[in-house]
Design a protein around this ligand. Structure first.
Ligand SMILES: *Cc1c(COP(=O)(O)O)cnc(C)c1O
Length: 378
């Protein structure tokens, strides 16, 4: 089955009993058992629910793993993955990581004596230098948020193998349509399904895929123990979203390329960050490991005042956190998604007060271009 077909026919489809072509929403918490200890595959919906199970099979298949798990948010998924660790363990993490992930690792996991080193995972030597005797995992985002930095997935896989580290990749930005980290050696892939997979700004969800049966068993144990599971309504909405992922990603890609070409004519804009521009650092690596560059673009307008002026004049770009929706979204990472990162660290990373992050949607590109033009004129 080819990729586009798998989004529609992968996993479990429809309902054998009625012929319904869409998986029913099993709005249920518990299941009648035929005898004590004898059930028909489902006992209790935290442990397993047929609608959620259909989604979990689907994401496993389209990411090329052996099993999938659905959680109540991306952060619930990431937290559950970290429950595979124990106190005294050390992890290495991409420094330009999603703000919520940074907060979880730096401020919450730290209470449980799980230690972290944030490094530029684009730099092999920096990773190797960070390894300690108690290092157990390496956590990577590529492209990163919001500077779209690229990490060589295969190279990190080699290091993870050398030191027997669990290799975790947040694949939210690329989606399984453009990039499949398990193919490049990752052990665990996570998604904030709130973004492109859902795609319509109407669901908060997280997904995890694992590459082998040992991890599958551990992950299910954690999912059932921690209990941060996704409800059946939201599981159904995600399956609906995933069916159109291919067409949305293709259209978003085309819109984004056209949008960037247009941005280049504006002298007030500097530093366009996008992995599909040949001058972008890591462009070649990204091209080797991903089939597309996605719909996330960041650029600098020079100052907080300029950023505010731009934002207050836009019509079609919605000022909002989040990304990956049908509607174009715009944000100022320094004041929004990355506000929990200390200022000095933010500036060090290049997340300036004038940095704008855009998630290109499915509007007519001519409207998006005109909107930027008129907003920059003020
Ligand atoms: C949004 C996001 C998360 C967190 O997901 P939620 O669904 O908001 O909990 C994690 N990683 C990345 C890259 C994200 O964009």
């Amino acid at each position: 089955m080819r990729r586009k077909t798998a989004f529609i026919h992968g996993g479990i489809t429809g309902d054998d009993h009625t012929g319904a072509v869409s998986v029913p929403i099993y709005q249920v918490s518990t299941y009648k058992q035929d005898q004590v200890g004898k059930h028909r595959g489902y006992e209790y919906s935290r442990t397993g629910n047929p609608t959620r199970h259909a989604l979990e099979q689907l994401i496993a298949e389209i990411e090329g793993g052996v099993a999938g798990y659905a959680f109540s948010s991306g952060m619930a998924a990431i937290t559950s993955i970290f429950m595979l660790l124990k106190s005294g363990d050390h992890i290495i993490c991409t420094d330009d990581v999603y703000g919520g992930t940074y907060r979880l690792i730096a401020n919450v996991l730290e209470r449980f004596q799980i230690d972290v080193t944030f490094v530029n995972t684009a730099n092999e030597q920096a990773i190797r230098n960070a390894i300690q005797p108690n290092t157990r995992a390496i956590y990577v985002e590529t492209p990163t948020n919001p500077l779209l930095k690229i990490t060589d997935l295969q190279l990190v896989a080699t290091i993870a193998k050398d030191y027997q580290l669990r290799y975790i990749v947040d694949n939210t930005f690329s989606t399984p349509y453009w990039q499949n980290p398990i193919e490049h050696g990752a052990d665990i892939v996570i998604h904030s399904a709130t973004k492109y997979l859902g795609g319509h700004s109407d669901v908060v969800a997280g997904l995890v895929v694992v590459k082998d049966e040992v991890l599958a068993e551990e992950m299910h144990y954690v999912q059932n123990s921690v209990g941060a599971v996704l409800g059946p309504q939201d599981a159904w909405l995600l399956m609906r979203g995933i069916k159109t992922l291919a067409v949305r990603m293709e259209e978003i890609e085309a819109n984004t390329q056209a949008f960037i070409q247009h941005l280049q004519f504006h002298p007030e804009i500097s530093n366009i960050y996008y992995p599909g521009i040949p001058t972008h650092e890591g462009y070649e690596i990204h091209r080797q490991q991903a089939r597309g560059a996605g719909g996330m673009v960041s650029f600098d307008v020079g100052s907080e005042e300029n950023a505010n002026q731009l934002l207050s004049n836009l019509r079609y770009f919605t000022l909002a956190e989040s990304l990956g929706a049908v509607e174009s979204l715009i944000s100022v990472p320094a004041k929004m998604t990355h506000a929990s990162i200390p200022t000095e660290r933010r500036i060090e990373l290049g997340i300036t007060d004038g940095l704008i992050r855009v998630s290109i949607g499915l509007e007519d590109i001519e409207d998006l271009k005109e909107d930027i033009d008129q907003a920059l004129r003020g």
